[in-house]
Write a protein that binds this ligand. Structure first.
Ligand code: PMP
Ligand code: GLU
Length: 386
C-alpha cells in the first residue's frame, strides 16, 4: 500500500543530534570503537539518592496516573526552585510537569503557534526548535550570532531588525546548545525591550542553567521587569541531574497558557511517569553537591578540550555553560563533509554546525571523559582533519 502521509511530517527531518548518535551506536555494534561526541548527554550515572527515591516510590505503589500537570509535591518543589532563581511570579498553578523538556516545548509551540505565525530563533539554535515550529505550522526568522562569538549582545541590532509586531514568539536558550554561550544581563534586557515593544512571548529554555563555569551565572529572563507575564520558562532534569532517560521536564507560564497546553498534554501523554516525578522531588531538594561535582568535571573537560584545540590553532568561541563547544573546523569549507570524514575516517562522532543553522562549525559535546576527548583529538589529527 502507498501511504498518504500527513503534510506535517514532510516538513521536518529526523533529529540530527539523535541520528548521528544512532549512527555511532550502530558502528559500535559492528565492533568499531567510536568516540561519540555527538549527543548532549552527561556520561555520569544518575546520583544514587535519586535512584533510591525512584525505587522507594515504586515500592510505595506510586505506579498509577498522576494529576496531568504533575504531583503536588513536585510542582511545589519546582515553584520553590523557580522562586530561588528570582522567578517569583510562578506558583504551583503555573507549572506543567512533562515527560522531558522536549515535550514541554512541543506543547508550548502547539498551544501558541498557528499557521504562519512567526517564531524567531537565535542561530546556532538547537535542532528541535525549528522542527517543532514547522510541525506547528509556524514560520521561522533567524538571527545569526556566529559573527559575534555566539554572544547575543553583538547580535541585538540584527534582532531588532528581525522582530516586528508580526513576531509571535522568540526562543532564548542560555546557557545555549550548541554553543555554550551564557547571555549577559545587558543583552537579556535588550531582549526584554524588544519583547515589550512588539508584544512578543519569549520561551526561555533554561535546561542548562545549572551548568555554568568561571563563576558565571545564567540569569533567568523572566526576572526582568516586563517579562513576568510574557516568559515561558523551560527546564528539565536530563542535564543537571544526569537523568536523560528518565524523561522529566517542565515549563512554567501564566496560568492561561498552562490551562490551554493542558489540553494537548492530557490528550497526548496524560502525565509524566509517576515514580519518576517522586524522584524529581529528591533531585531538586537533595542533590546540590552531586550537581556541583558534575559541573566541576565538565569544567575540567572544557578547559582540557579548549587547550587541545588552541594547540592546533582551531578557533573556538569559549563556552561559559552547558557542555558543548563549537570549533570552527571548516571556515571556508563544508562542515557536513568534515563531520562525515570525522566519523568515517576517525570514528569520532560530532554534529555539523549546519544542523543548527551555522555552517563552518561542528558541535562537540564534551560530556565524555578526558581520555576519550584526547583520543578523539588524536584521531582527528591523524586523519588530517585538524
Ligand atoms: N532544550 C535544549 C536546548 C536541549 O539541548 C535539550 C536536550 N535534549 C532539551 C531542551 C530537552 O531535553 P529533555 O527532553 O531531555 O529534557
Ligand atoms: N539535546 C541533546 C542534544 O542536543 C540531546 C539530543 C536531542 O534531544 O536533540 O544532543
Amino acid at each position: 500500500m502507498t501511504q498518504d502521509f500527513a503534510e506535517r511530517v514532510g516538513r521536518v527531518e529526523p533529529s540530527a543530534t539523535l541520528a548521528i548518535s544512532n549512527t555511532a551506536a550502530e558502528l559500535e555494534a559492528d565492533g568499531k570503537d567510536v568516540v561519540d561526541l555527538s549527543v548532549g548527554e552527561p556520561n555520569f550515572d544518575t546520583p544514587e539518592n535519586i535512584k533510591d527515591a525512584a525505587k522507594a516510590a515504586l515500592d510505595a505503589g506510586h505506579t498509577g496516573y498522576t494529576p496531568p500537570s504533575g504531583i503536588p509535591e513536585l510542582k511545589s518543589a519546582i515553584a520553590e526552585k523557580l522562586h530561588d532563581d528570582g522567578l517569583t511570579q510562578y506558583g504551583e498553578d503555573n507549572v506543567m510537569v512533562t515527560p522531558g523538556g522536549k515535550q514541554a516545548l512541543f506543547e508550548v509551540f502547539q498551544t501558541l503557534i498557528d499557521d504562519d505565525d512567526e517564531v524567531v530563533l537565535l542561530d546556532p539554535a538547537w535542532v528541535s526548535y525549528e522542527a517543532m515550529v514547522k510541525i506547528a505550522g509556524g514560520s521561522l526568522a533567524r538571527v545569526d550570532t556566529a559573527p559575534h562569538e555566539f554572544q547575543l549582545a553583538g547580535a541585538l541590532d540584527d534582532l531588532a531588525e528581525t522582530v516586528s509586531d508580526d513576531t509571535e514568539m522568540l526562543v532564548v536558550n542560555s546557557p545555549g546548545n550548541p554553543h555554550g554561550a551564557v547571555y549577559g544581563d545587558a543583552a537579556l534586557k535588550g531582549v526584554r525591550d524588544l519583547a515589550v515593544e512588539h508584544d512578543i512571548t519569549v520561551i526561555s529554555d533554561e535546561i542548562y542553567k545549572e551548568v555554568t563555569y568561571d563563576g558565571v551565572e545564567a540569569t533567568s529572563l523572566g526576572t526582568f521587569d516586563g517579562m513576568e507575564d510574557r516568559t515561558i520558562t523551560l527546564n528539565g532534569f536530563s542535564k543537571a541531574y544526569s537523568m536523560t532517560g528518565w524523561r522529566l521536564g517542565y515549563f512554567a507560564a501564566p496560568e492561561d497558557i498552562v490551562e490551554q497546553a493542558g489540553k494537548i498534554h492530557g490528550h497526548s501523554v496524560s502525565c509524566a511517569v509517576n515514580f519518576v516525578q517522586h524522584a524529581g522531588v529528591e533531585a531538586l531538594e537533595h542533590t546540590d553537591d552531586e550537581v556541583t561535582q558534575m559541573v566541576e568535571a565538565f569544567d575540567e573537560r572544557r578547559e582540557f578540550l579548549l587547550g587541545l584545540f588552541e594547540d592546533r590553532g582551531v578557533h573556538v568561541p569559549e563556552p561559559q555553560g552547558a557542555f558543548y563547544m563549537m570549533p570552527e573546523i571548516a571556515p571556508d569549507g563544508d562542515d557536513t563533509e568534515w563531520c562525515n570524514a570525522a566519523i568515517e575516517d576517525a570514528q569520532v562522532a560530532t554534529v555539523p554546525g549546519t544542523a543548527f543553522g551555522t555552517p563552518g562549525y561542528a558541535r562537540i559535546s564534551y560530556a565524555n571523559n578526558k581520555e576519550r576527548l584526547q583520543e578523539a583529538i588524536d584521531r582527528l589529527d591523524d586523519a588530517g582533519l585538524l
